[in-house]
Design a binder for this molecule. Structure first.
Ligand SMILES: [Zn+2]
Length: 403
């Protein structure tokens, strides 16, 4: 994987690498004086580039397989919920163009749209967006698993645990970051990272893979939560090869101190993490629920950087490919792919399906209020067509699962 991505991105990266480094330093200095900005979103890790970087020049492509549309049952036993953070239609189409006209997403025949507004804002953040998708309730921006009155609300992952199902979370950012946190934690503020890490111990989650090691280990209360995780039977691992070799049991894969790097500098592989988690969770006879986030599509768009958007989009799509591989064989697994909101007001102003070149244009460096797509594959997929509220997505899943 790392070789593959290295090859894919080199041509786009080398020329401006020195400038990027300089900018990272400058941005870093600016951030020291603007903690508020940093704590709100971590996207500034992606340097904002000049107009020339709004064009992805093309790179390595992967083959997209076609999977069966025949399933064993009418209702799903397992649910794989996949969230491309900030992923609007243009982000998907940028990835599709870059990969020569096809994505694994082509396999999804049931498509709808989700309205993303939060309870207090036309433009949602990832906390309110994640909570809407995890609980079926609208809440205020910044909320994690709590409603507009800050009362804790049960998440779909917690409901699955009550039914004896196996559960999992994967993110390319910190596992304590807003989207994954919304499925497992109940906090008034998305910035309470250490409290969010503590909430992992209050659940029966089986597998989680992502960054955020320091929120478990370098804490104000001096506790080392990785020791508590081990006491609960978790294999706490930091090395990627070790993580991808786990076949059963409980797994806490903490792949970075905080967020994982953006591609091409990322060690963690979202497709391999997906494959690993599905193999472990599938051992539970009662089924499983997992949420897998392509977290950093959002960051590329915040940085108005088409190259980052494309790289992260293709990584997420290959994770979707792993999910499809599993679900098509299994025949009882529902996959939902959606986004929490659109980021960047992203548009495509030129492209070439042959070379994979794609030129982006951005109307903002923040989130926007437009609808985002919903893709469904597997038993029950037909329930997810048309225009719906983001909160309808988990409600439909809960109904299908009998929660
Ligand atoms: Zn988001």
């Amino acid at each position: 994987m790392s070789l593959f991505w290295g090859g894919l991105s080199q041509n786009n990266y080398n020329e401006n690498y020195k400038h990027m480094k300089l900018r990272i330093i400058i941005i870093g200095l600016l951030l020291m004086g603007s903690q508020q900005l940093y704590s709100q979103e971590n996207y500034l890790a992606a340097p904002k580039l000049d107009s020339i970087k709004k064009t992805y020049l093309g790179g390595a492509k992967y083959e997209v397989k076609t999977f069966t549309q025949k399933f064993k049952t009418k209702k799903p036993k397992n649910v794989i919920m996949m969230i491309g953070d900030g992923m609007g239609v243009a982000h998907i189409y940028a990835g599709l163009t870059a990969n020569g006209g096809h994505l694994f997403l082509d396999n999804f025949k049931q498509v709808g749209f989700s309205k993303t507004q939060s309870s207090d804002n036309y433009i949602t953040d990832s906390g309110a967006g994640g909570t809407a998708l995890s609980t079926g309730q609208k809440t205020y921006n910044g909320a994690i698993g709590v409603n507009a009155d800050t009362t804790a609300i049960k998440t779909i992952l917690e409901m699955a645990e009550e039914k004896g199902m196996a559960t999992g979370l994967i993110a390319t950012t910190a596992i304590t970051h807003a989207t994954p946190a919304s499925y497992i934690s109940h906090q008034k503020s998305r910035e309470s990272y250490e409290a969010i890490a503590s909430d992992f111990l209050k659940t029966d989650i089986d597998v989680f893979i992502g960054g955020g090691y320091k929120h478990f280990t370098q804490r104000a209360d001096k506790r080392d939560l990785t020791k508590d995780l081990q006491k609960k039977g978790f294999q706490v691992l930091r090395n990627m090869d070790e993580i991808y070799n786990v076949k059963s049991g409980k797994l806490a894969g903490l792949t970075a101190e905080e967020q994982n790097n953006l591609i091409p500098n990322r060690e963690m592989s979202l497709p391999l993490s997906t494959q690993t988690a599905l193999n472990i969770l599938d051992k539970n006879k009662k089924g499983f629920f997992i949420m897998i986030e392509g977290s950093e599509i959002d960051w590329g768009a915040h940085a108005n950087n088409t190259i980052y958007v494309v790289n992260e989009m293709l990584d997420f799509d290959q994770a979707i490919g792993k999910a499809l591989e599993f679900a098509s064989k299994d025949g009882e697994t529902l996959i939902i792919v959606t986004a929490d909101h659109e980021t960047g007001g992203f548009a495509l102003v030129d492209g070439d399906m042959k070379t994979g070149m794609v030129k982006g244009a951005f109307s903002t460096d923040h989130h926007t209020g437009v609808m985002v797509p919903v893709f469904a594959y597997g038993p029950g997929a037909e329930k997810f067509i048309g225009i719906m509220e983001n909160t309808d997505i988990p409600k439909k899943i809960m109904k299908l699962m009998g929660f």
